[in-house]
Design a protein around this ligand. Structure first.
Ligand SMILES: [Zn+2]
Length: 298
């Protein structure tokens, strides 16, 4: 499933192409992938909500949601779900599998005034979708239900999000109202990097542990976004290139293999239905006690 780094990488690859472009038209193959937050009864209104006739002003992102905002303030949000992608196409439309499941296709006149491209939203399993907002203020209101974005997460923000929570730390990290954009891969990775066991009660983490965890979440997400997201599943950037962050995974998908830090066999477990991998030696369940790792080694 695409997580924050994949969506951020996609945003960075789309931004220089589409900002300044004018939307010349849109073809909606499957109307059920488009959700409007303002009534749009006629075909013309639906086209307008999908930014037809608008000049694209900026892109932004919160967690796993990618927003494209027009100069008028009208905004649409793309969610990739499990298998979604957004691709810039030039020339003939793709054929074969790549040509299937293209649910919404925009035609863009680029800012140079000469080139025309298509921007295609493709999503074979259709857990993703597009939501249209009549103004940026409407989007900001919708985004209030999301926690702070993981890419710039501070220790104070994380501390506030975890305070008093009795559930396992990993489950809290997956809650988008605590941190926006941390999914299964990067929750496992950041807990490993912080030497925190995924089953540690969220509210029992020490200030020191939270500080370290926030720093590791930031570091790992930024690193993965720079590397181009994960190659797992179907991730592609706007030009169809796969991501490269799979090489960075220390624990995710490695249950039963040796820990890259200490050699202990990594433990695969299920935590509230989610596959979870951790190192029983590097990640201490007896939380918060400074020096507990070194005591276990002695
Ligand atoms: Zn280990």
């Amino acid at each position: 499933m695409p997580e924050l780094p994949e969506v951020e990488h996609l945003r960075r690859s789309l931004d220089p192409v589409i900002v300044g472009a004018t939307v010349r038209g849109v073809r909606v193959v499957r109307r059920d992938v488009v959700h409007a937050t303002a009534p749009s009864r006629t075909a013309a209104q639906r086209q307008t909500a999908l930014l037809v006739g608008e000049r694209l002003a900026r892109t932004s992102r919160r967690g796993k949601q990618l927003a494209i905002e027009a100069e008028s303030g009208m905004t649409l949000v793309i969610q990739l779900g499990m298998t979604g992608s957004v691709t810039i196409e030039r020339g003939r439309p793709p054929s074969g599998m790549d040509g299937k499941h293209r649910h919404v296709v925009w035609e863009l006149d680029l800012a140079d005034g000469r080139s025309r491209v298509r921007m295609a939203f493709r999503d074979p399993r259709r857990f993703g979708g597009i939501t249209t907002y009549p103004s940026r203020a409407h989007l900001d209101q919708a985004w209030e239900s999301l926690g702070p974005d993981g890419l710039g997460l501070t220790a104070t923000e994380l501390s506030e999000g975890l305070r008093g929570r009795k559930r396992p730390g990993k489950s809290a990290l997956l809650d988008q109202s605590v941190v926006a954009g941390v999914g299964n891969i990067y929750a496992d990775e950041s807990l490993f990097a912080s030497a925190i066991h995924p089953q540690t009660q969220a509210g029992a983490l020490s200030t020191h542990q939270i500080g370290r965890l926030a720093a590791e979440i930031r570091r790992i997400l930024n690193h993965a976004a720079d590397a181009g997201g994960s190659t797992l599943r179907d991730y592609r950037d706007a030009f169809g290139n796969p991501g490269g962050a799979v090489q960075l995974h220390m624990v995710y998908g490695r249950g039963g293999e040796p820990c890259l830090r200490c050699g202990t066999t990594l433990l695969g477990l299920r935590l509230q239905g989610r596959a979870t991998v951790c190192c029983p030696r590097c990640q201490d369940l007896s939380t918060g006690r400074a020096g507990s790792r070194s005591r276990r080694r002695s």
